[in-house]
Design a protein around this ligand. Structure first.
Ligand code: HEM
Ligand SMILES: *[C@@H]1O[C@H](CO)[C@@H](O)[C@H](O)[C@H]1NC(C)=O
Ligand SMILES: *[C@@H]1O[C@H](CO)[C@@H](O)[C@H](O)[C@H]1NC(C)=O
Ligand SMILES: *[C@@H]1O[C@H](CO)[C@@H](O)[C@H](O)[C@H]1NC(C)=O
Ligand SMILES: CC(=O)N[C@H]1CO[C@H](CO)[C@@H](O)[C@@H]1O
Length: 314
């Protein structure tokens, strides 16, 4: 397609909005009284990430956690006075960035008053802003119109474990309507951000209880990790990934859940393909899977509510 036509198409799609089935569509707030919504979200998010670039990884992870529990309904954002909400669950202990969503929402409330914009919409839009800024991925559409959930329960925060094998991970993802490719592509988010030493300590120091390390890890990488994580250290943070999208194929996946992607023919094939093509399709695939992730269990129409404040139900 000629560039001119492509541009025309983009403009056209931008104007009419693209329907993705259901009640979500691109440009939702352009027709629902807050045309500047996406701009505001981007602006506030950029401002935060500019000051603290590590928030980008934190926000992506938060979005993933939100979507995996009760769907992308902002339930992870809800606080409970009794500390029994999703965000109080163990995997949530290291989630950060709640203040970004809270600020985005309050700015939107002052610019477009009357509770028009849901917290889940803020979170979805913010995810794109974050990824563009951090991963410099390609443009992708953000269909909006999600509503917010009213339930957040610690007992439901069953997220995939960093110690899980690929069979279990595939099942975890399939349960959310995500396929094997989504699993391997989205795990690529682990090229940014940090993890605490406590989660990898056994892997590098005492894998089978004999003072050994996981043979699925590159021995040179083990040496490097040992420098950064002392045996009893559970708090220091290490970079998720020392290199790039090739990390897993070089046996430098930080978690067992990353390394195990080499154990399955389908995930392995995808990884080998990316290595051969030097990650050529990765950004595009990542965007596609991110959009798909944003559709998991969404609430639309009369379901749920539009929250006043992201950290509490109305
Ligand atoms: C496949 C299953 C997954 C498992 C088992 C998993 C597990 C983890 C764990 C254990 C951490 C470190 C937490 C800590 O230090 O306490 C982490 C961090 C992170 N995860 Fe995942 N994750 C998975 C999928 C994803 C997906 C789908 C995304 C996003 C699309 C994602 C994005 C991130 C990011 C960006 C960080 C770094 C957070 C930061 O720097 O604060 N993860 N993940
Ligand atoms: C959370 O779920 C548990 C188990 O289903 C239930 O017993 C509890 O009442 C729920 N808590 C809240 C606050 O809804
Ligand atoms: C993967 O983990 C599950 C759950 O721990 C276990 O039941 C299963 O046997 C494991 N599969 C393989 C191939 O190791
Ligand atoms: C390694 O693991 C074994 C078995 O779990 C345990 O007995 C031993 O104390 C551990 N060694 C270290 C240095 O933590
Ligand atoms: C960031 C956050 O909300 N962390 C919570 C995780 O759970 C603990 C224990 O319940 C809370 O104290 C934290 O505030």
């Amino acid at each position: 397609m000629a560039l001119k036509n492509l541009l025309a198409l983009v403009v056209l799609l931008g104007v009419v909005g693209v329907s993705f089935g259901g009640d979500l569509y691109e440009g939702y707030y352009r027709y629902n009284n807050c045309p500047q919504m996406e701009y505001i979200v981007r602006d506030v998010t950029y401002h935060y990430i500019y000051k603290d670039p590590t928030l980008a990884a934190a926000l992506l992870r938060m979005h993933f956690h939100d979507c995996f529990v009760r769907g992308c309904d902002g339930s992870v954002l809800i606080k409970s006075p009794n500390n029994d909400a999703e965000r109080d669950a163990v995997p949530n202990l290291s989630l950060r960035g709640y203040e970004v969503v809270d600020t985005v929402k309050s700015v939107l409330e002052s610019e477009c008053p009357g509770n028009m914009i849901s917290c889940s919409a803020c979170s979805e839009t913010l995810k794109k802003a974050t990824t563009l800024q951090e991963i410099k991925g390609p443009w992708w559409p953000v269909p909006l119109g999600r509503r917010d959930g009213r339930v957040s329960n610690i007992s439901e925060a069953n997220l995939p474990s960093p110690f899980a094998n690929v069979t279990t991970l595939k099942k975890n993802f399939a349960d959310k309507g995500l396929n094997t490719k989504d699993l391997v592509v989205l795990s690529g988010a682990h090229t940014i951000g940090v993890s605490s030493c406590g989660l990898i300590s056994r892997r590098i120091y005492n894998f089978t209880g004999k003072g050994d390390s996981d043979p699925a890890l590159n021995p040179e990488y083990v040496v490097e990790l040992k420098k950064r994580c002392q045996p009893t250290d559970v708090t220091t943070s290490v970079d998720m990934d020392p290199t790039d999208v090739n990390a897993v194929s070089e046996k430098k996946g930080l978690f067992i859940s990353d390394s195990t992607l080499l154990d399955d023919w389908e995930t392995n094939l995808y990884i080998q393909k990316q290595v051969l093509l030097n990650g050529f399709y990765f950004n595009k695939d990542f965007s596609d899977s991110m959009v798909k992730l944003g559709f998991v269990g969404v609430l639309t129409g009369d379901q749920g509510e539009i929250r006043n404040q992201c950290d509490r139900v109305n």
